[in-house]
Design a protein around this ligand. Sequence first.
Ligand SMILES: O=C(O)c1cc(C(=O)O)oc(=O)c1
Length: 309
Amino acid sequence: MAHGDTSGDFEKSPGWLDWYDGPTMPTFALPAGAVDAHCHVFGPGAEFPYAPERKYTPCDASAEQLFALRDHLGFDRNVIVQATCHGADNRALVDALRRSDGRARGVATVRRDITDEQLAELHAAGVRGVRFNFVKRLVDRVPTDSLEEIVAKIAPLGWHVVIYFEAEDLPELYDFFSGIPTDVVVDHMGRPDVTKDVDGEEFALFLRFMRENPNVWTKVSCPERLSVTGPRALDGEQHAYTDVVPFARRVVEEFPDRVLWGTDWPHPNLKDHMPDDGLLVDYIPQIATTPELQQKLLVDNPRRLYWAD
Ligand SMILES: O=C(O)c1cc(C(=O)O)oc(=O)c1
């Protein structure tokens, strides 16, 4: 079956862009032990059905395909994040973790009625966090009292909370986020609008959020999602997404010990192009400009958060 097919009874959402087949070999040599700290598996749908409440149906993207990409790009490990198309059914994630020989950790999505036994099973598989999603096109909003109940259950395991939201929603969510007692990891820098000034009010609020809350980390990932003017990581482009660079570089330089990076493979819901993941790796030295910063971003930080034990 071609990689873009979706199996089982599933048909991809109209306009779906499949992940890039045959990525180039990156020019940037990743440091030994580098972690791709944000990626997903999708299905395969015939084995691990997509959730009824999903807002999109992707192409399949299996654990084997993810691990092949890991090896091709030169990563040592993955952090696999539960994608919203699987809802709170973590079977595909758990299966991928179990096949990884300890080289993958996971972030799950759970409901408030999750039991301690189920959490222990997820922990044994390699899950180390839960994801709370506030992006309206991806999920229906879960009330904060449910989320607080989940935090109380996962905190004793030493897990953290991954949050995904858009910059315009940070003012409303600021106090709730600041009250989370565990480590917190923000997906994709809180999705700044990069057409705005990096010194402007919107990004200043995000930087203040990180400054005021030393338990907050962020992924400086997804330039391909945030970029408006590009250029795109395609056709050999070594300096892609220059409009996102000032934002990511600012965060890496101010918070070098609380940043992570991931490919976001297989890049759900991109509308205008699918990046060449090899060239996406070549974006990294634009935002982490010294070997010391690269070592923290790609090796030391993710290992501290996900492989402390
Ligand atoms: O922006 C997105 O569409 C997106 C979706 C998901 C997901 O569906 O889980 O995850 C991401 O990291 C990004």
